[in-house]
Design a protein around this ligand. Structure first.
Ligand SMILES: [Cu+2]
Length: 168
């Protein structure tokens, strides 16, 4: 009996490295301006970047909206998510895929919201990781009211912040 228990403990210990591998994934729950949950993203780290898969609802229908990683770790809806800070920009680049000295690591393509106000997206960001130097764990995903023009400074004319999610 004692031997079986030791075997069980050894099996648990062997499972620990697999748990460490789950550091390669993260989740982020979106909050809307009303403070209620608006959706969720799952993030998976690959060799060359991070895949973000998400579903968010309650957005303005039939339009393109900006989608970024912001640098700070708080989504305070009572102050329009200003608490999330500016774009994640570890290389001190300019904002925008089409800017001469861009982009920010946190820049990502605009996303389309369907007629029900829902956004379904899968986005790969090759400029970030989950942990380490360009790590985005503890930072925020942000969806804006307007589309990003990919050029103008510092935020591409993205407008109001509508939904925010802390990556954890
Ligand atoms: Cu933004």
């Amino acid at each position: 009996m004692k031997r079986m228990m030791i075997a069980a403990i050894l099996t648990l210990a062997a499972a620990l490295p697999a748990a460490a591998q789950s550091q390669g994934t993260a989740t982020a729950d979106f909050v809307g301006l009303d403070g209620k949950q608006a959706g969720r993203a799952t993030l998976t780290e690959g060799k060359a970047g991070v895949l973000i898969e998400m579903e968010v609802s309650g957005l303005p229908s039939n339009r393109w909206v900006a989608f970024h990683i912001h640098e700070s770790s708080r989504c305070d809806h009572t102050h329009g998510f200003e608490s999330a800070g500016g774009h994640f920009n570890p290389t001190k680049a300019e904002h925008g895929f089409l800017a001469a000295k861009g982009p920010h690591a946190g820049d990502m393509p605009n996303q389309y919201v369907d007629q029900d106000g829902k956004l379904h997206a899968q986005v790969f960001n090759g400029m970030v990781s989950l942990n380490g130097k360009n790590g985005i764990r503890g930072r925020t995903l942000m969806i804006h009211a307007d589309s990003d023009d990919y050029r103008s400074q510092p935020v591409g004319g993205a407008g109001k912040r509508l939904a925010c999610a802390v990556i954890q």
